[in-house]
Design a protein around this ligand. Structure first.
Ligand code: TXA
Ligand code: MG
Length: 327
């Protein structure tokens, strides 16, 4: 029943019903979210979950995010936490919360840990498929393990190919970087595990003090969550960063420069690309993975990329670029 190459499904009701039926039967389907495309599977079906790991080439030690339709459904997979009520204004949206798991959650989802990551996505197509499937959906980003996340349906086809036969095409993702991950699994303690579209500033307004888990600490904890490895989101081409508002030093003949916005002066010995016309960090984040993928296919020796001011989504943008640059 699966096609020999990837087939695109559309937002038409019959296609979304098909996607939900495929998921109920244990197939994997790539779905758009407001952050990046996810490779979804029935979170209650271990055989379907095993396929997700196989398709991505992902180590079984790296746990998956479970997506549900509403806050009430969180209780089916995770222990309730009084702080969740404070986060209600952010849901549905690009926020993932790590909570203590319920035992019904398959070990493959949690990598055998006693916690589970949960998220209530806002994308209307993902939500409609969730509603029709009638069960929680586990979904990591729909890219080969370690590579740049997909923000368009074509990215999924290009990097997973026929390993991912079904892709729902919802156009380009609104945020372009993965969800913010907040760990609430220890009572009285809140930790930011991954910066994302919901900025730390916003979480502190709602919750008070939040610890930030540094990249170095994540390296140490890599056995807990290999998805937090320093070298992640990496194109094959070498990426070199330069500070916001400065000019890069170009040493190679085949160099590309990624600027955050339009510049009066640009290096003459490199090809110049803009992540945003007017220097908007939101727009730059939305375009980052798409441009990295395009440039990766063009045989540059080095991609020089401009860091963003660290406010708002800038922290997530800088985090992903820093990981892309890590060797
Ligand atoms: O925006 C997103 O979050 C996308 C969309 C599809 O929802 N998903 C996504 O999933 O980025 P993934 O698997 O690529 O990244 C999830 C990260 C991984 O680094 C994983 O290690 C971590 O979340 N994670 C999952 N469960 C966890 C847990 N119980 N404790 C700590 N980290 C966890
Ligand atoms: Mg990922």
């Amino acid at each position: 029943m699966s096609p020999s190459a990837s087939s695109f499904l559309t937002s038409a009701p019959a296609d979304l019903a098909r996607a939900a039926e495929l998921l109920r039967q244990g197939a994997c389907v790539a779905l758009p979210t407001e952050t990046v495309y996810g490779l979804a599977a029935d979170a209650t079906n271990p055989a379907a979950l095993a396929q997700v790991f196989a398709i991505k080439g992902r180590p079984l030690l790296d746990p998956l995010i479970v997506h549900v339709l509403e806050q009430a459904a969180l209780a089916e997979v995770a222990e309730p936490d009084p702080r969740l009520a404070l986060l209600a204004p952010l849901w549905p949206g690009p926020l993932t919360v790590v909570l203590r798991r319920k035992s019904v959650v398959p070990d493959l989802v949690t990598a055998g840990k006693d916690t589970v990551a949960v998220r209530i996505p806002a994308h209307p197509l993902f939500r409609e498929v969730l509603r029709l499937a009638g069960r929680p959906l586990a979904a990591p980003s729909a890219n080969p393990f370690g590579y740049v996340s997909p923000t368009k349906a074509a990215h999924v086809r290009d990097s997973l190919g026929e390993r991912c036969p079904w892709i729902v095409d919802g156009g380009a993702c609104a945020h372009g970087v993965e969800s913010t991950i907040l760990d609430l699994s220890v009572p009285g303690r809140a930790r930011l595990l991954r910066p994302g579209p919901i900025p730390l500033e916003k979480l502190r307004e709602l919750l008070g003090e939040i610890e930030v888990v540094t990249r170095a600490a994540n390296q140490q904890a890599a056995q807990d969550a290999p998805g937090m490895l320093e070298r992640h989101y990496s194109p094959a081409t070498r990426v070199v960063l330069f500070p916001n508002g400065t000019l890069p030093v170009i040493a190679n003949l085949r160099s590309a420069v990624l600027f955050l916005g339009r510049r009066a002066h640009a290096p003459a010995n490199a090809d110049v690309f803009l992540l945003s016309e007017d220097g908007s960090t939101e727009e730059a984040a939305r375009n980052l993975f798409d441009l990295l993928r395009q440039l990766d296919a063009r045989g540059y020796e080095t991609i020089h990329a401009e860091l963003a001011p660290p406010a708002g989504i800038g922290a997530a943008y800088n985090d992903r670029l820093t990981r892309a640059a890590a060797r």
